[in-house]
Design a protein around this ligand. Structure first.
Ligand code: F6R
Length: 236
């Protein structure tokens, strides 16, 4: 894991947006996996501005969503569906055939996971994976304890994730379950950017840097990989 320090959230966001653009310049139909949450907002805003300013051709780019809350209608403000539409797909008018997202309302979760795995088998591997880190070290919704050979799966969310997740909604929500790409597909990505910003992430980033890799700290999966960049505005 390479550590890249940035002096501000704006600088970090700019660097992530530049990496997105570089991936697309390198491969017109790059497959980019996009996390949601507070961390990547600046990067997506910068990416949208850069694409609009330069006219970069993104008509072949493919986006895949990292995860989704289960049992919430997509129009809920805090869903990954809604987030990605607000920050990326709507501003850039990206049509539906260019993105693949989990359906958090799917009746058959096994089938939903198989469909995502088939998509990745056909369209993958991911060229650029953008990740945030959870307060408990989760990646996507790969919570502590998730075996690293798992592919897409539905999961009971940890207490921490259920509580922290409330911030994305404008009313209290039941956030008991999620669906996520699994560790096995994450590590197969060609380039991985793990973003960590804000002082509230200091403790988990310190754990990531100090602890031996193990499934209790999902982000530690990335520790021994050369194609991972920890991008942070924290002093680490
Ligand atoms: C969201 C996701 C989560 C977040 C993580 C950090 O799609 O996959 O793993 O990246 O919970 O969230 P923020 O960025 O809000 O601190």
């Amino acid at each position: 894991m390479n550590i890249e320090n940035y002096t501000s959230y704006a600088a970090l966001s700019k660097a992530v947006a530049e990496a997105m653009i570089a991936a697309i310049k390198n491969k017109k139909d790059a497959l980019i996996c996009v996390a949601t949450g507070n961390t990547p907002i600046g990067a997506y805003q910068q990416f949208v501005l850069d694409v609009q300013a330069t006219g970069l051709d993104i008509s072949k780019v493919r986006f895949v969503g990292l995860d989704e809350w289960l049992n919430l209608a997509p129009e809920n403000i805090g869903t990954c569906y809604q987030f990605l539409h607000n920050y990326l797909f709507n501003p850039l008018q990206i049509p539906q055939h260019q993105y693949k997202l989990f359906n958090g309302l799917a009746k058959d979760m096994k089938a939903e996971c198989s469909a995502m795995n088939e998509y990745l088998d056909l369209e993958g591997p991911i060229d650029l994976l953008l990740l945030g880190i959870g307060m408990n070290g989760h990646l996507g919704f790969n919570e502590p304890g998730t075996p690293w050979h798992y592919r897409s799966h539905a999961i009971n969310l940890s207490e921490t994730t259920q509580v922290v997740g409330q911030q994305y909604f404008n009313a209290p929500m039941e956030l008991k379950k999620g669906i996520t790409l699994g560790p096995a597909d994450l590590v197969r990505s060609k380039k991985i950017l793990l973003m960590a910003n804000g002082i509230h992430k200091q403790t988990i980033v310190k754990r990531l840097l100090e602890e031996e890799p193990g499934i209790d700290l999902p982000a530690s999966l990335l520790k021994n990989l050369n194609h991972v960049h920890l991008m942070t505005d924290l002093t680490v």
